[in-house]
Design a binder for this molecule. Structure first.
Ligand code: G6P
Length: 489
């Protein structure tokens, strides 16, 4: 049966990520409906012809009963997905707790939560134990489905313990790990109570990848300073064994966005938006409602701009799409109320009977609506306080071939290193600077917009998600071959 599924003898790729690229909704005791979420990673791997990708991850739902688990596994198998079942308590401690309340803020330079500053607090320890347990559960599922020759690609901060678990099962497994967030300065990583254990587990991988050279450098410094290992131009060495460390900046499937702009539904949608906001410049923010995205800072900068530029007040609108995320984590709940309060205040202050300056939506948009919105936007505002890469900036650029709008981009997003030449780079903490760059963007000449857009559009078109995935996996294959050669010498 497996032979049949692999007519071209393609190499199998097991992609392991916390979340599967589908959302599952239970329809009955043994029936499920699935919706594919076509994020960057999914389209990247669909485009890679040399590999036959399978996904292993959490389905995002609690399925306590065996009947439900069996039915869901069966439905997912048709989409080449394999679920890891995590119960509510594990999700609470591992996902809400250790991943999103500890690692996520720390890796984005927001520090450890106050109550966990003391390494000995009970919650920290039980959350770390749950993290390790969850990673072991992922490893069990990988091990069960692994066939000799497979490449195993682990993703993100949720699974830093996974490379070690996998190598313990089988030291010959080809294991890569890629971090989608920043890796912070070693001085920040040092504060984490479980700093050494996590680094050592990641180092069990053959290849470790980051979005930017800086993140890779921070990781190597953490290994040399905290673990006392040797950093080399290739990576980190521990008693003769090399873990290769390198930068692999991700991209998007730009053609998918470009093609979407020709779909009648999108054209219609663009027409409606243009009519709706006629006579006003459109500024856009699209973010998960996350503290790393700097949404309050962005809105305050917009307020300052309106304050200082009375003539623009009824000529510009800010559309902020804030996609709810991790809503069980208290920090995220606090942020939601904070953003609502600021938006309400500014709309109260500058709104008129017929228009408000900020349209804030706590929801996601479907792909076509999003493309239409990107295409009619004059100025996009990406003000992340820290961001691994930030693909919203790439998506916006991909949809701007006709309009050539301006991208205001945080210098703390990984994307600043690739789109910096075309964007207006800002320090999102400096509200005065961001307000001034809003003015600069709105007043920019057509020639300058064209020049800046050309640079960024070229980059987005030539650095695709597909190329990113191919490069990582072929580098992983090469790394393993080189290591074998070294041993046999
Ligand atoms: C970031 C992380 C991803 C994560 C995504 C959505 O981009 O790097 O690993 O999947 O946020 O967050 P969620 O917690 O909903 O999976």
């Amino acid at each position: 049966e497996r032979q049949e599924a692999r007519p071209y003898n393609r190499q199998r790729l097991l992609v392991v990520a916390n979340r599967l690229p589908v959302s599952a909704v239970r329809r009955g005791e043994d029936s499920w409906s699935l919706e594919i979420s076509a994020g960057g990673l999914v389209s990247a791997l669909l485009g890679v012809k040399e590999f036959e990708a399978r996904w292993i991850g959490w389905a995002g739902v609690n399925v306590p009963d065996e009947v439900g688990q069996k039915a869901l596994s069966k439905a997912l198998a048709e989409k080449r997905c394999i679920p890891v079942f995590l119960d509510e308590e594990i999700v609470h401690q591992y996902y809400n707790g250790y991943c999103n309340n500890i690692l996520w803020p720390l890796f984005h330079y927001l520090g450890l939560p106050q109550e966990d500053r003391l390494a000995t607090t009970r919650s920290f320890q039980s959350q770390f134990a749950a993290y390790k347990k969850a990673n072991q559960m992922f490893a069990d599922v990988v091990n069960e489905h692994y066939e000799e020759g497979d490449v195993v690609w682990c993703h993100d901060y949720h699974l830093m313990f996974l490379p070690k678990c996998l190598k313990e099962y089988n030291s010959k497994m080809k294991v890569g790990w890629f971090l989608h967030t920043p890796f912070p300065s070693s001085e920040i990583h040092r504060t984490l109570p479980s700093r050494s254990e996590l680094l050592r587990s990641v180092l069990a991988a053959d290849l470790v990848g980051f979005h930017t050279y800086d993140y890779a450098r921070h990781f190597v410094s953490a290994c040399t300073r905290i673990l006392g290992l040797e950093g080399t131009p290739e990576g980190v060495e521990d008693q003769g064994r090399l873990t290769r460390v390198a930068a692999f900046p991700i991209g998007i499937d730009s053609e998918r966005f470009i093609r979407a702009l020709e779909v009648p539904e999108v054209i219609q949608h663009m027409k409606e938006l243009k009519e709706r906001f006629a006579g006003r410049k459109v500024m856009l923010g699209v973010d998960r409602l996350d503290m790393i995205k700097g949404i309050p800072q962005k809105i305050l900068a917009f307020e300052k701009f309106l304050e200082e530029n009375a003539s623009w007040r009824d000529k510009v609108v800010l559309l902020q799409i804030a996609v709810p995320t991790r809503t069980d984590v208290p920090e995220y709940q606090k942020l939601t109320s904070q953003v609502h309060e600021i938006v309400g205040r500014i709309n109260g202050r500058f709104g008129t009977l017929t228009a408000v300056p900020i349209h804030h939506l706590d929801r996601s948009l479907d792909f076509h609506a999003l493309c239409a919105l990107y295409a009619v936007t004059d100025v996009a505002l990406v003000t992340s306080l820290r961001d691994g890469m930030n693909l919203v900036s790439y998506e916006f650029v991909a949809c701007q071939e006709a309009k050539k709008g301006v991208l205001i981009l945080s210098e703390f997003a990984g994307a600043a290193q690739s789109l910096g030449a075309g964007a207006i780079l800002v320090n999102p903490w400096n509200i005065t600077e961001v307000a001034a760059s809003i003015g600069q963007a709105l007043n920019m000449s057509a020639e300058e917009r064209e020049k800046r857009h050309r640079h960024n559009f070229h980059h987005v078109k030539t650095h695709t998600a597909q190329e990113w995935a191919e490069t990582f996996v072929s580098e992983l294959n090469d790394t393993v071959i080189e290591a074998q050669l070294r041993i046999s010498k």
